[in-house]
Ligand binder design. Sequence first.
Ligand SMILES: [Zn+2]
Ligand SMILES: [Zn+2]
Length: 438
Amino acid sequence: MSPDQQDLRLASTRLTTQPSATMAASSTRTEHFPTIRGVKWPNMISIVVTHILAIYGALYVTPKRNTAILAVVLYFISTLGITAGSHRLWSHRSFKASAPLRLFLVLAGGSAVQGSAYWWAKVHRSHHRYIDTDKDPYSAQRGFLFTHVGWIVFYTDVAPGGGVDLSDLHKDKILMWQHNNRALVWLLCGYILPVVIPGYFWGDWAGGLFYSTALRLTACYHSVWCINSLAHMLGEAPFDDKHTPRDHLFTALVTMGEGYHNFHHQFPMDYRNAFRWYQYDPTKWFIAACGALGLASNLRKFPSNEVNKGIFTMRAKELRATQDSLQWPTPVEKLPIVTWENFQEESKKRTLLLVSGFIHDVTNFLEEHPGGDRLLTAHTGKDVTAKFFGGVYDHSHAAHNLLSMMRVGILQGGVETLGEHAVPPSQKYYVSVHEDAE
Ligand SMILES: [Zn+2]
Ligand SMILES: [Zn+2]
């Protein structure tokens, strides 16, 4: 084996340990809600009961002020436990967290009662690896209902793919402690404490049950579910449009900043989802604050140069689409080569002007010429290059662009060879596309 071959083998081996778009692309796509094969009853019951209690509480129970505040604070804590912990820390390793921070995150995430952080990260790594295919546990191809909650409460005939590396997660003792004791954590942090705190300290047991528990949990469910549903459907693709993730402020507002999902899927190891300072991403702010306090370190950022390349590519694609929607001059290779004699002969029948070696038929433009038609008819059969570019009037770029649309031929051995003015101004920035472009 030559050194080159060895390098290639190393490169491909390393690549297979990373989420692979090529592998994902080879899978099939179910583009509808898949056939239901069973109900995940514990999930279904806890979700339905929580929703019923939340709706009943919102309609018939008025919480004490302290309980309402606690419910909001707990909503932020529970959701952060998922977004900063299960997602950005354990799914993507976008920063390093100290033991106290990891302990906070497993308790906060546990209070959201949405699986263990280990399970969440495992499923989410699969989502990134197999995005939009049948191996993606919540492929956006299967519609809003499936990605929002269907995959959580139903077994279906589409089995998600495994094959994601979880060895780093197994080494995290705090994470595995939460996974092994998840029922206890959910019960204590998700249900008991949010009821007991307002009940014991300010006598609002009902507010504790209906607001800081049921309503807070319901809001938190939908916030996190929107990362899988709405964030793959609503908004723009400023960085890449190969897959479904999209950026939208509304999604960001309801998901603690996870709504810049197009950015996230392109640069998943970045601790930010919103890379611009003014975009709403409280999870990023929380991680940065933990970094400033010494609780988090190695906050990863994807190189801005590469981020900007994504932006550039998408803008170039847009420009190309606009370019394709416009009409352009007849390409040089499709224009007939005309002799001087023919040019002279033809110019007696119609108004033909020679500019920069191109013969233009301006007959239909005579009425519209701002400088009057006589200037044109008087020069039929003549080279007016110098006059067009300043001799009589230094025409605008727009005029040059318009003139180039009237090209009907190229003069053989032209009075002026193709050169300085051969390319109209608008075509100097023509967007070219590589033959492999999709
Ligand atoms: Zn996603
Ligand atoms: Zn992710």
